[in-house]
Each structure stands twice: as C-alpha cells, then as structure tokens.
Design a protein around this ligand. Structure first.
Ligand SMILES: [Zn+2]
Ligand SMILES: [Zn+2]
Length: 196
C-alpha cells in the first residue's frame, strides 16, 4: 500500500519544496508507521536536514572563534548559539534514528556529531557506533579507516579538532590581510583527524 501522503511528499520534493516535503513525509510516516517506503522517505528527507544542521553547527563554531578572537586552546567554550546549533543537529539525527534505527548514514552522522562536539565524551560514544557498524558490514573499508583516525588523541592539533595553522578560524592574517587558510580550505578543521 502506498499512501497518498508519500506520493505528495515525493511530488513536493521534485518541485524543490523541501519544507513541504519534510512535513508531508512526517505525516506519511505517522499514518503508516510500518510502511517501508514511508519510513525510507522520512529517513532520507530528515537526514538531509540533519546533515545541514550538523554542517551549520561546525561552521557556527568556526565563526564563533573568528569573531571572538579567542584562542581555542586558551579558554575555549562554546557560545550559547553554537551549543544550540549542536543540540538541534543532534535532535534531527535522533529523529531519523527513532524511525529508522538501523539507518547506516544516520548512525555515521551521529558518530561524527558526538565526536566533533566534544572529544572527551564523544570519542567513546563515536567508537561504539563505529565498531557496531563495522561488525554489521565487515566489507566496508571506510569504517576501520575512520576508527584508526579517531581512536587516539590527535597530536597534530592537540586533539582539539581545529586546524593548527589557522587555529580553527579558517583564515590567517598574512601581511595584515585576512586570507583563507590553505591547509584546511577555510574550514578550520584539523586536516589529520577531521575525517569524521
Ligand atoms: Zn587533529
Ligand atoms: Zn586552517
């Protein structure tokens, strides 16, 4: 059985009306919680939003470092805006996992987010997710690679996760001019451990 809501959500997506598709997919899923098509559509659309929010949280932290002009290794603490951005991203991922607990990409994203947010508490949680994924799919080479990259504290960045060349700012001051940091392509993320 295909619900009309699923068809409506797909049509909205094709028209580029993401917000409408988002709501319709949630309604379709609520209407037919056991329907695999409705579940998959919900997961895909909600994951797209979760990815956007995760990227936004990371970028919010970089902009925060840039504007506050603080050194991350001195007194770094997330501002309320950054904390909120991470909370929203985490909630969006949990929304996907509530409906599709085995969703591979959503679980990868969850591992990435907890690790990025706070290494001390996030590392064991991220590794637990990654080890479970590796066990579920032993042929996937990306997972053991990622595990090796993050299982030990990173010496390149002092395990802050920030690009050591620009101190997480994504920009460097050269001859009094702000230039995009070429080591991290302006993202402010450590090139060695920022894989996740
Ligand atoms: Zn690093
Ligand atoms: Zn950099």
């Amino acid at each position: 059985m295909t619900s009309t809501k699923v068809a409506e959500a797909k049509a909205a997506l094709e028209r580029g009306e993401f917000d409408a598709a988002f709501i319709l997919s949630a309604e379709a899923q609520a209407e037919l919680p056991e329907d695999s098509e409705a579940r998959e559509l919900y997961a895909v659309i909600h994951l797209a939003k979760a990815i956007r929010l995760s990227d936004r949280a990371r970028e919010a932290r970089r902009l925060d470092l840039l504007h506050r002009e603080i050194d991350y290794d001195v007194e770094f603490q997330d501002s309320p805006e950054v904390t909120r951005a991470y909370d929203e991203a985490a909630a969006a991922i949990d929304d996907v996992l509530r409906v599709a607990p085995d969703h591979w990409k959503a679980r990868m994203l969850k591992a990435a987010l907890v690790f990025r947010r706070d290494r001390e508490s996030g590392r064991p949680q991220a590794l637990e997710i990654l080890h479970a994924l590796a066990e579920a799919d032993p042929t996937n080479k990306q997972i053991p690679f990622t595990i090796r990259k993050i299982e030990r504290p990173c010496v390149r960045c002092g395990d802050t996760g920030f690009c050591p060349h620009c101190k997480g700012r994504g920009q460097r001051r050269v001859l009094r001019m702000e230039r995009k940091c070429e080591k991290c392509y302006g993202r402010g993320i450590c090139p060695a451990c920022g894989v996740l």
